[in-house]
Structures are given as structure tokens and as C-alpha cells.
Design a protein around this ligand. Structure first.
Ligand code: TXA
Ligand code: MG
Length: 381
């Protein structure tokens, strides 16, 4: 095995508790699942909308509550590694290596499914996506629910994923039986999904556990699904030639109600942006929209906000700025993106311009989600 990813980072991905909850509430939530009901629960990534993964009727209810197309499969959440073999087969040695290293944590692996998993849960596929979250409330709840909880993110289909219980309440409050309150999600972006059914692991959705982390842990190369690496066709919603292998990645997603544009200076995406040029472009875009009478929002790093405030004419504009964090701390930005997109909606913003971040490490996941939220609308300046 190669050199492991920074152990401090890995431990922080595992130690994601920030809230306590009573044993009675956990047992009540578990019973609701066993009775075929739906419970939203916190995880370290985003809140999940849980139902019994082994009950086809529960999975149907999940699709209905979210308004989600039923060809978009659900992730099955487990709490104990011994439970994996009940739902997944042909589990390779390298899958075991990844499970032992990254679980519990923000890694989802796709395996061939056993007959125990209803096709409603897998969206008709013969494979099943499995994840063991690290959030302690999630783990206790999954055990109380019988061990296998199917859960997509607990948002209405197409809206930004929920990173707070209040977000779940807003989208699904009247459609589900219970919301377990677990405070704000520590990571704030959905798990990394890796397809383990072939000879070489393939990343289907980037997340906090990066390609580099996986390669270092396995000591061998990992691929990225070409369907999500669509640099060649930026500006389009999806890559027509290579549809993404995770069915959910083909939909417009995570979107605020206002029009959202991602603004970048580097066509390749890997290099650091030209921040001065970016600030000037954001100012002029905001200026044009304000003069059309639109309510304008800007989503950017603290550093870019300072540059904007250095432009005299910008200070005269009525613009709603949200800065989730510093661009030198991409994890901080990641944790605040979905909350920011919802905050723009709460303030009836018509058009949002967002700073683009380099697609390296966790930045790849941030860029992937922002691009989806923008429906592929990228402005190159
Ligand atoms: O962090 C997360 O993964 C969160 C929390 C709640 O655990 N869950 C989550 O679920 O993001 P959801 O449903 O919003 O996204 C699941 C993604 C979708 O893009 C879906 O198409 C893909 O996983 N997926 C599920 N099963 C799959 C399978 N068998 N093969 C390929 N992709 C699969
Ligand atoms: Mg989702």
C-alpha cells in the first residue's frame, strides 16, 4: 500500500459529531422505518431522507416525497461492515481495503447487488450503492432501523442538498414522519461515489475523499467517469456523448431558484483564477443586472469580496454577497455552498454570480456541484 492520505484529514472525516440526541428518539425513529415510514437524519455530508432499503414500498415513498425520477437509484446506508455482504456481492479485496480505511466516512461504493435488495431501491439497476456514514446519530439510527437505510439527500429533487434540519423542514416537512435534528452538516457536500464493479475503480461523483486519496490508499490508479469530466462541453448541461454512470449526475441539480452563473478566468479549470480580472468581471456583470432592475447575488470567497469592495463603484450597488469562507480553505467553502444557495432564494435574488474555484482535490467536488447548480452556465472572462 502507498502512503496514506493525511491522517489528520481522515480522522476529521470520521469524527463528525456536533450534536447529541436521546436514545428514546433514536428508537422511535428506527421503529418508524421498520413500520415503512420515512425519517430524515443527519450525516456528516448532508441530511438523508431514510426509508427501509429492503422494503420496496418504502423506496417508492422516498421517490414520491422528493419528486425524484424513479430511475435514479438510492444509496443504502449501513452501520456495520459485516452487513455489507447481505446486500452486495463480488466484493473485491480492494473494496475491503477502501471500506476498512474510509468507513465510517464520506465514501459510497457501488457493488453488484444481492437478491435481498429490491429493484425499487436500485432504480432498476443490478448494482447497489453502499455507504457507512460517520455521524454518530446516523449510525445509531441505522442500527435501530434494522441495519439498511435507503437514503437520498433530503431535499426536493433539483433543489440544493440540505445541510441543516431547517432545510429539510422547508422542503419535506409535511411529507415525512420525523426529522432527527443533528445540527449543521460538518462537510456539506455529498459523498464520493466509486464504482467497484470493474477491474479499476471509477469515481462517479467527486467528494471530500479525492482521487488522490483513493490512489494513495490502494497504491494503484483510479479512473474518473468521463461523463462528469465534461470540460470539452462546458456551457452545456450534460455531455451527450458520455452519459454519467451515476444516473443522478445527469440531472440539473442543487439549483437555486434564481439564475445562477459560474464565472471563471481559466478555461482549463486547474489553474488558479486571475482574481483581479474575476473581481472586475463580477462587478460589471452585477452592474448590468442591477441596471436592469434585477436583485443580484454574489457567491465568492472572502478574498474576492475584499477585491470587490476595493472597486469604488461596486460599493454603490445593492448586491447581496455571501462568502462561505476563504479560498485558501476549500473545505470551508464546500461546507457553506448549499446553505448560501438557499439563502439567495430566501432573499428573492433573481440572478447569482459565483466565483469558480480550481478543480484540485476537494475543489473538484466544489466545482462539480457549482457547475450543476448553474445548469452548465459558465461565463469565461
Ligand atoms: O453523502 C451522500 O451520499 C448523501 C447522504 C444522505 O448519504 N446521499 C446522497 O444521495 O447524496 P443522493 O440520492 O442525493 O445521490 C445518490 C447518487 C445519485 O447520483 C445516484 O444516481 C447515484 O448516487 N447512485 C446510487 N446508486 C447507484 C448505482 N447503483 N450505480 C451508480 N450510481 C448510483
Ligand atoms: Mg441528492
Amino acid at each position: 500500500m502507498g502512503t496514506f492520505m493525511d491522517n489528520g484529514l481522515r480522522d476529521s472525516l470520521k469524527n463528525t459529531d456536533n450534536h447529541a440526541i436521546s436514545e428514546r428518539e433514536i428508537q422511535e425513529a428506527g421503529q418508524i422505518i421498520k413500520n415503512g415510514g420515512l425519517v430524515a437524519f443527519p450525516t456528516e455530508t448532508v441530511y438523508g431522507l431514510g426509508g427501509d432499503a429492503l422494503n420496496s414500498e418504502s423506496s417508492r415513498k422516498i421517490y414520491a416525497a422528493k419528486g425524484r425520477p424513479s430511475d435514479n437509484p438510492l444509496i443504502v446506508h449501513i452501520a456495520d461492515i459485516e452487513d455489507l455482504a447481505f446486500i452486495a456481492k463480488d466484493i473485491s479485496d480492494i473494496s475491503v481495503t477502501l471500506a476498512e480505511y474510509f468507513w465510517p466516512g464520506p465514501l459510497t461504493m457501488v457493488f453488484n447487488a444481492t437478491d435481498s435488495v429490491p429493484r425499487e431501491t436500485t432504480g432498476g439497476l443490478s448494482t447497489v450503492a453502499v455507504r457507512m456514514p460517520s455521524n454518530k446519530i446516523a449510525l445509531a439510527f441505522i442500527r435501530a432501523a434494522g441495519g439498511f437505510v435507503a437514503a437520498p439527500s433530503a431535499n426536493t429533487s433539483g433543489r440544493p442538498s440540505p445541510t441543516k434540519a431547517a432545510h429539510v423542514k422547508e422542503d419535506l416537512g409535511d411529507k415525512i414522519d420525523l426529522i432527527l435534528e443533528g445540527g449543521a452538516s460538518v462537510l456539506g457536500l455529498e459523498s464520493t461515489i466509486v464504482d467497484m464493479t470493474g477491474d479499476v475503480p471509477v469515481i462517479l461523483r467527486p467528494g471530500f475523499i479525492t482521487k488522490n486519496d483513493l490512489e494513495r490508499t490502494l497504491g494503484k490508479a483510479v479512473l474518473v467517469d468521463p461523463g462528469i469530466m465534461d470540460k470539452a462541453d462546458e456551457g452545456k448541461t450534460e455531455n451527450a456523448n458520455t452519459p454519467p454512470k451515476a444516473p443522478g449526475m445527469k440531472y440539473r441539480h442543487y439549483a437555486p431558484r434564481g439564475r445562477f452563473y459560474l464565472v471563471k478566468t481559466d478555461p482549463g479549470g486547474i489553474k488558479v483564477q486571475d482574481h483581479t480580472a474575476l473581481a472586475k468581471a463580477l462587478f460589471s456583470l452585477a452592474d448590468q443586472s442591477v441596471s436592469k432592475g434585477e436583485k443580484v447575488g454574489i457567491l465568492c470567497s472572502r478574498e474576492l469580496a475584499s477585491l470587490l469592495k476595493g472597486i469604488d463603484a461596486f460599493n454603490g450597488l445593492d448586491v447581496y454577497i455571501i462568502c462561505p469562507g476563504s479560498r485558501d480553505n476549500i473545505e470551508e467553502i464546500a461546507a457553506g455552498i448549499y446553505d448560501a444557495l438557499r439563502e439567495f432564494d430566501d432573499n428573492d435574488i433573481d440572478v447569482i454570480y459565483g466565483e469558480s474555484f480550481p478543480e484540485e482535490g476537494v475543489g473538484a467536488a466544489v466545482f462539480n456541484r457549482l457547475k450543476k447548480a448553474a445548469g452548465g452556465n459558465i461565463i469565461l472572462v
